[in-house]
Ligand binder design. Structure first.
Ligand SMILES: [Zn+2]
Length: 302
């Protein structure tokens, strides 16, 4: 294993070879075993006087889950207190540095990252061929593959592992897309899956779970091209951030996420991950009045 974290530099290699190069480091990332990495705190039962308590675990602390999603008003210290773990320990587990700022929707590991802290964010951009985007001329899509780019990024999956994924975007929005995914990564915000599905969702059949950008399609129930058909929109964690239109939840697997007062993994909130997008020029479909599209961030706000 020379350098499993290496993402290939921008390259003129054929797509198949590039994909093969990328597949290697992704497959080499060890799966997290949070249960094995985190010794169960001895807090649930009354601690006997003679017991040797784990130094970092306070009495009466709740049983520690593998991660915590930051809620409004919480700080690294207040989260640490909830679980009876030193805040510096949590900072180390998550690779946080001064000033140890955390944001709503950030995800904090509550155990050590197997293999050490996550590597620094990396990204690169690739031109696409019609084949790479399954181009279908019969659809008469509003923009052509020559205007599209595949943006490769590091992301953190729901198990807390670093993965390499890609998203197809209009070439004019590549830089802001890279900024968005850099910020999400630095916040340890978790993304369920990105393309290529064969690598990041092996054996999976529910592609509605994939975070994606360009797609040549119309707005559901109309003739108008979706912003996705222009490569100017991103759908983030569709299951955890579904669209609700006339009472219909899409994808249907997102029905458990219609209530937005929860702070579950992968969910976005106005006070949390949403500003990562709006601050980079992508307004949020969760602010719309007639319908809600919590997964949807689009340059033209529609
Ligand atoms: Zn969308």
């Amino acid at each position: 294993m020379s350098d499993p974290m290496r993402i290939p530099r921008p390259t003129r290699l054929p797509a198949a070879l590039t994909a093969a190069l990328l597949a290697v480091p992704v497959a080499a990332v060890p799966a997290a075993t949070p249960a094995a990495a985190a010794p169960p705190p001895a807090a649930a039962a009354p601690p006997p006087v003679a017991a040797a308590p784990t130094l970092a675990v306070a009495r009466n602390a709740p049983v520690r889950p593998p991660y915590h999603v930051v809620r409004p008003g919480q700080t690294l210290r207040s989260v640490a207190k909830v679980y009876g773990v030193g805040w510096k320990v949590i900072a180390a587990w998550n690779g946080l540095r001064r000033p140890y700022t955390v944001h709503v929707d950030d995800v904090l590991r509550l155990n050590r990252q197997p293999g050490g802290p996550l590597p620094a964010f990396r990204t690169r951009v690739e031109r696409v061929t019609p084949q790479m985007v399954n181009w279908n001329p019969a659809l008469r899509c509003p923009i052509w593959p020559v205007s599209l780019r595949r943006v490769w990024v590091f992301y953190v999956d729901f198990a807390g592992n670093r993965r390499i994924g890609s998203i197809i975007m209009h070439r004019l929005h590549v830089t802001r897309t890279q900024r968005i995914f850099r910020e999400l990564y630095q916040r340890r915000f978790r993304v369920q899956a990105m393309a290529p599905a064969s690598v990041n969702l092996p054996g999976g059949t529910d592609y509605s779970a994939i975070t994606s950008g360009w797609e040549c399609r119309r707005v559901s129930g109309s003739n108008v091209w979706s912003q996705h058909a222009y490569g100017t929109a991103i759908d983030l964690n569709p299951v955890q951030n579904p669209m609700i239109k006339r009472g219909v939840v899409t994808p249907s697997t997102g029905r458990g996420y219609v209530g937005r007062s929860r702070y579950g993994i992968g969910m976005v909130h106005a006070a949390g991950a949403v500003p990562v997008f709006t601050g980079n020029g992508f307004p949020w479909g969760g602010r719309w009045r007639t319908m809600k599209d919590y997964m949807h961030f689009a340059v033209e706000d529609r």
